[in-house]
Write a protein that binds this ligand. Structure first.
Ligand code: SF4
Length: 263
């Protein structure tokens, strides 16, 4: 994977995502390399996703200027990248951005698949308004490695939720995209794990096949089922998502958790 530093011109951009006023992405590209990621389609980036990361090294400085002028609002950290992908351990760009936002008392909402977020608990806990969402797509570790090769294992993500909750941070779990042959695996233990971690909210999402997504996804799943394209075609028709959503909502309610579609 190639990593290089770039100079960015903007830190926060308006966001149309629910509950967010702005989006902040300290990196362009994502080392986590999820095979179903549709961020490249959103960014209109045709380069090999997962093969490069541009580090916006100056983004904390740009952000520091922006927050002095912009109307305060919830900043979603990591909408088309993971702010806590492995190289954040070295660059700390997300951490420096948190320091800026904390100084100006802006609210934050973080979404990640990495336990590295715990490194910044000292800062996160100081925000008056903060929440952290942890995405967990499957409890099947072999599938996790195939689909999200550089993300933390599901057990570690559940542990991350637990530690965040113990520190008094509001959390949510994001189950998405729902994938045939992956999400169904030990689904009840996933929901009970989320409940045991102390998280009270689950958001669910369907598979969103944008241009190029199937090309990234299909090679990882090859060999799992002879009729793979048909399995996924069915999943995309909506009936799979609706059924899975029904099951998750029912399981969540049994465990005292509120669950709803993410979008
Ligand atoms: S962590 Fe998010 S942005 Fe990164 S590859 Fe996975 S889905 Fe895409």
């Amino acid at each position: 994977m190639k990593v290089w530093e770039v100079t960015c011109l903007s830190g926060i951009v308006p966001s149309g995502l629910p509950g967010l006023r702005y989006a902040l992405n300290p990196y362009r590209g994502c080392q986590t390399s999820c095979r179903y990621c549709y961020a490249p389609a959103v960014l209109r980036d045709s380069r090999h996703w997962g093969a490069y990361v541009e580090v916006k090294r100056n983004i904390p400085m740009v952000l520091a200027r922006e927050v002095k002028k912009a109307v305060p609002g919830v900043v979603g950290i990591g909408t088309v990248t993971d702010g806590y992908q492995a190289i954040e351990g070295r660059y700390k760009v997300t951490r420096y951005c948190l320091e800026v936002l904390l100084r100006h008392e802006w609210p934050i909402s973080i979404q990640t698949k990495s336990s590295l977020v715990l490194r910044d608990l000292d800062l996160i806990t100081q925000f008056a308004h903060k929440d952290v969402g942890v995405t967990i797509t499957t409890m099947d570790e072999a599938m996790r490695r195939a689909l999200e090769p550089y993300a933390s294992p599901a057990k570690k993500r559940l542990e991350t939720l637990r530690k965040l909750n113990e520190a008094g941070v509001e959390t949510w779990a994001f189950i998405g995209p729902m994938l045939p042959l992956a999400t169904e695996h030990r689904l009840e233990s996933l929901i009970s794990g989320i409940a045991d971690a102390g998280t009270k909210k689950i958001l669910v999402d369907r598979l969103r096949l944008k241009e190029g997504t199937w090309t990234m996804l299909e090679p990882s799943l090859r060999g799992l089922a002879e009729d793979l394209p048909q399995v996924y075609e069915k999943a995309l028709q909506g009936s799979y998502f609706n059924e899975m959503q029904r099951v998750i909502l029912e399981l969540a309610s049994r465990h005292g958790i509120a669950a709803e579609p993410a979008f």
